[in-house]
Design a protein around this ligand. Structure first.
Ligand code: FAD
Length: 442
């Protein structure tokens, strides 16, 4: 009987357990997790904040699902790995021995680096308990300041605004999420936030957080202005939880480096999900993602390979279908804005973000549409390398196909680049033809 230990009960860890169990019915699998709520949808936390779904809807597994996994859940924190002895130390709980180990420890929000950052009333959104705390404090708060970029900052802005809190959103530069969105797209989001009553402060950074008796009372900006607030929410980026891997001497860069089998520099230790830095064939480098679907896929591949399957993992085209200020948005492939236009509000990637989006591809960018139906295409020499679609999502699936399959678009390239080209129609017609010939070939 083989012994497996999985550290982390997020989607990567759970998918690994499912893959191992599907290949090895007799194995002993120990799943170690330090989140008291176990496994739940982390992207769903934002929908809880905005009051759209009840907490219980975050739990994705029924009792029956857990029984089928036949896994031993160990509630606690792994404090050390001993690769020589093949053991994981759980402090007072004891030690677990493994033949294969998976690190699926995820990532944590980066702390604000400003005097006063230890005051109470400063929140971030990592876990279930964070969402609960924000909702509790939001009920009493009158004014909140939100700092950061990416999807989580917006979710905090909107979650608090929905609770009736007056929200001030500080941006370091002139645009929201400038390393992924271009100026037009940022402006669409900003306008919609302002319509919801959010006050956006451009070129504004916190110098210090003011407080009394251990509680936040306001913030002071770098320009010396003071703003009173009861709550400060920060989403300035996330950092993979590398402590265990670092102490065990595994190969690291920004995340734990893995090969195509999700294996680390120690052949008996694997890594998957937000903590892993994975080779991306599109950009030719190893990248970090904080995306649910790749974490699930990596977890599954790691688990299967731990059980001896040898299935290589290939990083898919990064995709997130999300909501930005109430507007459904698909972000597909490489869409990075030009380096010169960046003034990042993030010190690393954010939740729901991918380093591949931030890579500026060697492409021509073209766009069309009004504020609610906006489309930007990143056109490479022979194929689409990325696309960003806001509003009507009819084109989302066709665009995912064209970018993922690297379909040769030579026949429509020139028409796409014409001024005032009807991009949506051209793409839809082209994809419909491609799809029908592709399906008949299959
Ligand atoms: C608010 C929010 C919004 C998001 N929005 C989106 C989105 O729009 N689209 C999208 O695709 N993705 C989104 N994501 C990201 C997505 O949820 C993550 O990419 C995914 O959950 C990563 O899964 P994981 O299993 O790698 O890590 P995690 O889900 O972080 O799980 C890791 C687990 O390991 C545990 N752990 C860590 N260290 C130890 C230890 N030493 N001992 C024991 N346990 C340990 C942690 O407590 C945690 O439970 C969002 C995430 C959040 C929080």
């Amino acid at each position: 009987m083989k012994r497996y230990v999985i550290i982390g009960s997020g989607v990567a860890g759970i998918s690994a357990v499912a893959a191992i169990r599907s290949l090895d019915q007799a194995a002993e699998i120990n799943l170690v997790g330090d989140d008291p709520h176990g496994f739940y949808s982390r992207p769903g936390l934002a929908y809880c904040l905005s009051g759209e779904i009840p907490e219980k809807q975050l739990y994705l597994f029924s009792q029956k699902d857990w029984q089928q996994l036949n896994v031993r859940f160990v509630k606690g924190r792994a404090t050390r790995i001993d690769p020589q002895a093949h053991q994981v130390d759980l402090g007072q709980i004891g030690k677990l021995t493994y033949e294969r180990l998976l690190l699926a420890t995820g990532a944590l929000a980066v702390r604000l680096n400003a005097p006063g950052a230890d005051l109470s009333g400063i929140v971030k959104l990592d876990h279930f308990e964070d969402a609960r705390q924000i909702m509790k404090l939001g009920r009493k708060a009158r004014t909140a300041v939100v700092v950061g970029g990416g999807i989580t900052a917006l979710e905090l802005v909107e979650g608090l605004a929905t609770q009736g809190v007056e929200v001030h959103y500080f941006l370091r530069g002139d645009h929201y999420w400038s390393n992924v969105l271009d100026e037009t797209e940022s402006a669409i989001v900003e306008q919609r936030l302002e319509e919801e009553g959010v006050h956006i402060h451009y070129q504004t950074e916190i110098d210090q957080i003011l407080g009394r008796k251990g509680r936040i009372t306001g913030v002071q900006t770098r320009r010396g202005q003071q703003l009173r607030c009861d709550l400060l929410a920060a989403a300035v980026g996330i950092k993979p939880r590398l402590e265990l891997a670092q102490a065990a001497g595994l190969g690291l860069e920004r995340g734990i480096l893995v090969n195509e089998y999700l294996q680390t520099s120690d052949p008996d230790i694997f890594a998957a999900g937000d903590v892993a830095q994975v080779y991306d064939p599109l950009s030719g480098r190893s990248v970090l993602d904080s995306l649910w679907a790749p974490a699930r896929e990596q977890g599954w591949h790691a688990g299967a390979n731990m059980a001896g399957a040898a299935i290589p993992y290939s990083n898919p085209v990064a995709l997130n279908i999300t909501r930005l200020a109430g507007l459904t948005t698909s972000i597909i492939g490489a869409v990075g804005a030009s380096v010169s236009s960046r003034t990042d509000d993030l010190v690393s990637i954010a939740r729901g973000d991918s380093e591949t989006w931030q890579a500026l591809p060697n492409t021509i960018s073209t766009q069309s549409g009004s504020d609610v139906n906006h489309l930007r295409l990143l056109i490479g020499e022979h194929s689409l390398v990325g696309a960003l679609l806001m509003g009507d999502q009819t084109l989302s699936y066709p665009l995912q196909d064209l970018v993922r399959e690297q379909v040769d678009i030579t026949s429509i390239r020139e028409s796409l680049l014409l001024p005032n080209a009807s991009l949506g129609n051209i793409v839809m017609d082209f994809w419909t033809h491609w799809r029908s010939s592709h399906v008949s070939q299959e």
